[in-house]
Design a protein around this ligand. Structure first.
Ligand code: B12
Length: 211
């Protein structure tokens, strides 16, 4: 088994210390952080997602896998964010109210930061008004909303409406993402962009400020 395959299994098994150790070893062996993310960590999340769906694992295992994933990503952060890219713009991002998923959002943040974006992270379970207050405060180019749950997706149009009511909708572009979303949902709620993953998020963010 290669080291990255071993990393995948340690995340699936929720072995935080082992996942951290393998990640550290891979980084010391000059394996690029992006490769560790794409080939070691992300396959683990796909696997636990389908195991959870099919009832092979339950919430505690899902939580442990999430913890192992987050601990490993933390080690990749310095390399993923230090690309020396030119300043691209300012973005505020958060996971919508009722939703506690943040692994994907955090990867989007790493990629944006690595591509010259200044990012304010509002965290998880962010109420619409909290986004609105932040837009009022800062001169943001983009507001990013994440939702991994079908039942928290309606919080996205709700957040956009709160912005509209405050007269702030035209101050910022809205970019949405999360596994249950698609372009037609983004169009339907009046978002300016949808990105299916972190790489696309960087591309779409650049397009939004160049428009
Ligand atoms: C890990 C995980 C958890 C962890 C989260 C840990 C954490 N800190 O995030 C824990 C254990 C807490 C959890 C809890 C729950 N979960 Co969960 N979870 C997952 C799992 C397995 C992986 C999610 C993940 O991190 N993927 C990896 C990342 C990298 O991918 P991603 O999130 O999709 O992000 C990428 C893109 O979507 C995009 N993106 C994401 N955000 C944004 C934002 C912007 C602005 C942009 C542009 C792009 C973008 O870019 C990212 C990077 O490429 C998914 C299954 C799956 N396959 O998605 C289920 C899943 C999302 N969970 C699910 C469920 C049901 C739950 C619970 C309700 C379970 C329960 N019974 O309690 C709770 C809900 C708690 C809550 N209120 O939020 C369901 C949702 C089903 C649905 N239709 O809504 C899923 C799909 C599992 C399943 N197949 O049933 N979960």
């Amino acid at each position: 088994m290669s080291n990255l395959e071993e990393l995948t299994s340690s995340v699936i098994d929720g072995q935080v210390a082992k996942a951290v150790e393998i990640t550290q070893k891979a980084l010391s062996a000059q394996v690029p952080a992006k490769e560790i993310l794409d080939n070691g960590l992300l396959p683990a999340m796909n696997q636990v997602g389908s195991d959870f769906e099919s009832g092979e694992i339950f919430l505690p295992e899902l939580l442990m896998a999430g913890d192992a994933m987050k601990a490993s990503i933390a080690l990749l952060r310095p390399e993923l964010t230090s690309t020396g890219a030119a300043y691209a713009g300012k973005c505020v991002i958060g996971t919508v109210e009722g939703d506690l998923h943040d692994i994907g959002k955090n990867i989007v943040i790493l990629m944006l930061e690595g591509n010259g974006w200044e990012v304010t992270d509002l965290g998880i379970d962010v109420p619409p008004q909290r986004f609105c207050d932040e837009i009022k405060k800062g001169s943001y180019d983009i507001m990013g909303l994440s939702s991994l749950l079908t039942f928290t997706m309606p919080k996205m149009p709700e957040t956009i409406n709160v912005l509209k009511e405050a007269g702030l909708r035209n101050k910022v572009k809205v970019m949405v993402g999360g596994v249950p979303l698609n372009q037609s949902f983004a169009d339907q709620i009046g978002a300016d962009a949808f990105a299916r993953d972190a790489v696309q998020a960087v591309v779409k963010a650049r397009e939004l400020v160049n428009k």
